[in-house]
Design a protein around this ligand. Sequence first.
Ligand SMILES: [Zn+2]
Ligand SMILES: [Zn+2]
Length: 938
Amino acid sequence: MNLIIAEKNLSAARIAQILAGRERVAQKKDGPISVYTFGDTAVVGLKGHVVEVDFVEGYADWRSEERTPRSLIEAPTTKVPTEKKIISTIQRQAKQASRVIIATDFDTEGELIGKETFDLVRQVNKTVPILRARFSAITPQEITTAFTSPTELDFALAAAGEARQVIDLVWGASLTRFISLAAKRGGKNILSVGRVQSPTLAMIVDREKEIEEFSPQKYWLLSLTTEKAGQVFTARHEVARFDDRALAEAAKARTRPPLRVKEVKEGEKVERPPPPFDTTGFLVAAGRLGFSAPNAMRVAEDLYMNGFISYPRTDNTVYPPSLNLDGVLRTLEPTEFGELALWVRGHRRPSPVRGKKTSTDHPPIHPTGAGRREVLGDERWKIYELVVRRFLATLSPDSRWSTVKALLDAGGEPYAATGARLAEPGWRKVYSYSSAEDHLLPPLAAGEVLPLKEVLLEEKETQAPPRYTQSRLIQEMERLGLGTKSTRHEVIAKLLQRRYVEGNPLRPTLVGRAVIESLEKHAATITQPGMTSRLEANMQEIKQKKQTREDVVTESRQMLHQVFDQLESHGEEIGKEIMGRTDEERTIGPCPACGGDLRIRQMGPGGQFIGCSRYPECSFNLNLPSPQWGKAIKTSEVCEEHGLCHVRLIRKGARPWEIGCPLCSHISSNREALLLIPHISEEILGRLAAKHIYTVTDLSRMSPESLSAVASIPLDDAKQLLAGASDVLVLLRRRSELRKFVRAHLPPKRGRSQSGITKILYSHGINDIRGLAAADPSLLTGAGMKESEAELLQHEARALCGDRALREAGVPAASLKKYRDASITSPEDFCFLHPAYLSAKTGLSLETVYRHVEMVCKTMGVKPPARISKEALKEGRAGLLSLPGMDEGLLEKLYRAGIVSPETLRKAEGPALAAATGIPVEKVRQLIAASLARRGKA
Ligand SMILES: [Zn+2]
Ligand SMILES: [Zn+2]
């Protein structure tokens, strides 16, 4: 059997389809994994890497004394399976295979995935031949060629990939751990540092500093306007830029009529088409269409896997001779670019445009299949169209402009006007992304005199360098040798995800800046591209077999030791600097109580609030909604009244929740509660607020004396107010419990808010669960509940109240559970059901039940039943059971009504007992009669 292993499930399916030709491909499932079979061949897809490099066990504890961050440099690494199901499918197939072909993507990463697959196959099959198929596009032609003459795996290329994996793991893990520990950050807030990531972040931070430090320089532009045959046009002074205002003004003053045409020069300008797309060029062009780098890459990969374009990760900008350009043009004929393709065939330039980079792995990105707008959908179509048009452009002739330059003289001052006309559009006909506007001058002749309409002196300022856009940053990373074509956009995505940078163009956040500035100060090597581009060069040498994997990894470990020499001697300083800087990110403004800093504090997953930096001396704090509603961050807006930054809750996939000024929000949400206190007035509230007392809790903590002083009221009034406040606190606690109860038992529904319901309940004086249990059901249905919901809610409320009363009476929790299981839930059940019944239903001893019943009766103010002894009960039970027509079922019903012996039965009244037990009257009469007869005999 032939086994083919592709990089992804989707490419496995397509490869199977192409190789099967007209034969049908069967898709079988091995667990969740698809196996595509035809004839004697099975095709399985990986999920990219199915194993990952990690440290051997024992290095997981961050705070270990022996296993310091530095110890990770020399820690042994191993490969851990990450996709166990795929691995077992592959190995099951490989055991029976007579030939294995690895068909992963054709680049370093693909070769490494191929090598990992090779090892997995060898684990279960020592002898099967393992071959490698290489292709740059999943098209019938490429696939057929690749599989007819498969080659060997390139172990040198894979070794370069492996070296990178190990080095990235060691650098990332040891440095991240060191910096996070120094800055006392853990969990989700760790500060990650990486071999490529940190120099990239440093570029963004450095650019931001350049922008901040930039001081604009003034300069002046001098121009004039004139007119010929009704067309107004502008001419610029030959000094393109005056740096001195006085000189510019003097030149302006000398500019006087007559304005004479000295010379007219005609010329031609030739524009070559842009070069073929490599990954970076493609990402830049897609960026201009509004695609972020990760998104453009995702769409391009999708198009590749579906056979529409060639492999999108490439460094090559020169079409290889093997690429059939005519074939590609023919492929486009049935598409909506058919006419353009035909035009290009008729006007082909002698040879396609060449870019600056030639490499042997993949051709530049080009179309490989005929796409249709309806099939691809908007986003994929835009990228496909871009690739098609770029390809067509690279085969098209130059575009030609006719240019005119008129040299003018005004009172001895030299001016020039220029014009251009697109004479032959050439490649611009097919590549319509940059606009090409004609800028025409009227016909002019030397010696001609023109009217001088206006002389204009404009003052300008030099501009700060712009922030990096994602695509500009990718170009810059490439120039500096940071990362590879496959990893650059991922590095940027990671920086965004860790909130080191934000926005597009990219800006560093305070944390991002703090980390880089501290590293630049103490271990600049980590932030400079030199070290990492040296490693990239080493990896090239592994590919060319000039160095081994081990040599390169060892060298990088030595470099890292040097970095740690610098870091470890400044650990404490680094921690302090980063913590100091990141505090800024959380500080929202001055504490109203003491003037310290109010900061957003996140306490694990449990909570977030705003507290004072001078805690514990100052305990001022403000509540924030729980983090499940979103993580609190500060915004740039500031409250005019309190000088505090507004706060916003952000949550993935949800719209942000604007809290606004947290103090304003705190005050307004507590106002209603304060107004519940009897005799409180707006005036008093104002005086309290001036002393930062905003809540009932704040108020209730005051002494009568200080309240009297703060609110300027007599001491007796203050005492009354405090008593009112403590009542309100109790009320609030009960209300909050009721609110939680309603929220837990009433499902949310459209058009009905749970808080709306509780508000209606408060307005009817229902302030706690007990009130809810006893409420008139019509109040509940009036508040928007269905009858069945109201019934269920009241049932639950009663059960909870009963439970509580029993617990308060002293019934232990374990027994309580037994009573509950026997549906004995309310204190009334204890007072009015016979202890014998309770004992029989729960299995608790009679003695225990009596003790519980007596406790409950006491708290209810009811007289407890007289005790009967265990023996008497036993005897009574025997007597009852001996009556004709009696059984266990009837006995339990009689117990419920307190009938525990023939004597008690004789005293009972037939109809009343029937009602209490649910036994038919006739039967009750028979039993009573039987017991009387028995007595007669005795
Ligand atoms: Zn404070
Ligand atoms: Zn405010």
